[in-house]
Design a binder for this molecule. Sequence first.
Ligand SMILES: Nc1nc2c(ncn2[C@@H]2O[C@H](COP(=O)(O)OP(=O)(O)OP(=O)(O)O)[C@@H](O)[C@H]2O)c(=O)[nH]1
Length: 229
Amino acid sequence: MTHGTRTVIARAQLTGLILAGGQGARMGGVDKGLEPLLGRPLVEHAIARLAPQVGHLAISANRHIAEYRRYGYPVFSDDAGPMRTASPQTHTDANAPDATHAGTPRFSGPLAGIATGLASIDSDWLLVVPCDAPLFPTDLAARLIEAIEISAADLAVAATIEADGSRQRHPVFALIPRRLAASAAAALDAGAYKLDAWYRRHNPVEVSFPDSRAFYNANTLRDLRELER
Ligand SMILES: Nc1nc2c(ncn2[C@@H]2O[C@H](COP(=O)(O)OP(=O)(O)OP(=O)(O)O)[C@@H](O)[C@H]2O)c(=O)[nH]1
């Protein structure tokens, strides 16, 4: 909703999307969202942290769709073409969706999950988080919403300031309006899969969070064990 020139975002107009559609190559090709952390799949940790912050939830996954559906939220698979870039494990994955039409190659990266999310939701805003960073801030939605409301930005992306003073962007934590669905789809059609480059075209605002540990993400099985400590 827009009041004069000011955008106001109600929580009911926010769908949280957990990105769990990657290859997990650095974890040996596993479906990362289903990997256990302290005895519970990573996706459950993300659901627990995201659900209180949003009006609706959905999961972006490209394998083991039935397992993700068990959580009771919509599961969106990327609008995928032939599995040109998939790893051998995923070629033989019996749960992989049928991918016979030409289009975006499977496992094209997070923008593919975001594009499908934007095209699939009924609410006006999409709050994206990855499945592999279970400590993300409990005020993620509130702070990204605030940044959009007080700026003229189209979308908001999380960032942290590191100990050495450098700025680190966390592009898979973002608040994006549904009206950019066609733009995301067009970028993928053009083979422009880079999230940062797509954001730059849409007047992003970076929102600084104080604790970079909150954005720690597990890329390897060793990272996961590290998180457990
Ligand atoms: N829907 C969707 N999500 C993706 C895709 N690629 C990555 N992601 C998600 O984006 C987030 C960041 O992904 P990365 O850690 O860069 O990639 P990954 O596939 O999970 O892991 P690696 O293969 O080891 O790079 C994770 O939550 C992934 O699940 C994709 O092609 N489609």
